[in-house]
Design a protein around this ligand. Structure first.
Ligand code: THU
Length: 142
């Protein structure tokens, strides 16, 4: 499954709309029921409306009423980078917080350069001590 997710992330990365940064990101998000939702970054001339690849994928899933996820693969690179210049791309802070909204602590985050070269983290590792939806529940709901 990791291989498939990375392949899908690499595929959707090609759709990245990033004329201002030239940094192309692709993400493939696996839902608990086995569906894959992909996303790329979409930039804006006024910058602030830019949305990251990860949140594009989450928005696509949630708008289809899918809210439970197990894993995401993320790839990123400068548009014309040589393979040897590609690094692991970690999710930004806003995307980490958005993942906390819908994912458990053991949600798996795959940062990939290629299908065979990747690192894996849990959401808890990348956003420890997070402010989660649990905080707003009443004690008896917990
Ligand atoms: N970007 C993502 O798509 N995901 C991240 O987690 C990091 C940043 C995008 C946003 C912007 O279009 C470009 O990368 C440069 O910051």
């Amino acid at each position: 499954m990791i291989r498939t997710l990375i392949e899908k992330a690499l595929e959707v990365q090609q759709n990245s709309y990033s004329p201002y940064s030239d940094f192309c990101v692709g993400a493939a998000l696996l839902s608990e029921d086995g569906q894959i939702f992909t996303g790329c970054n979409i930039e804006s001339v006024s910058f602030a409306p830019t949305i990251c690849a990860e949140r594009t994928a989450i928005a696509k899933a949630v708008s289809q009423n899918v809210r439970a996820f197990t894993m995401i693969a993320i790839v990123g690179k400068k548009r014309n980078a040589m393979q040897k210049e590609i690094n692991y791309t970690a999710p930004c802070g806003v995307c980490r917080q958005t993942l906390v909204e819908f994912c458990q602590k053991d949600f798996r985050i795959i940062l990939a350069k290629t299908v065979d070269d990747y690192k894996e983290y849990s959401l808890e590792e990348l956003l420890p001590c997070s402010f989660s939806p649990l905080e707003l529940l009443d004690n008896k709901q917990k």
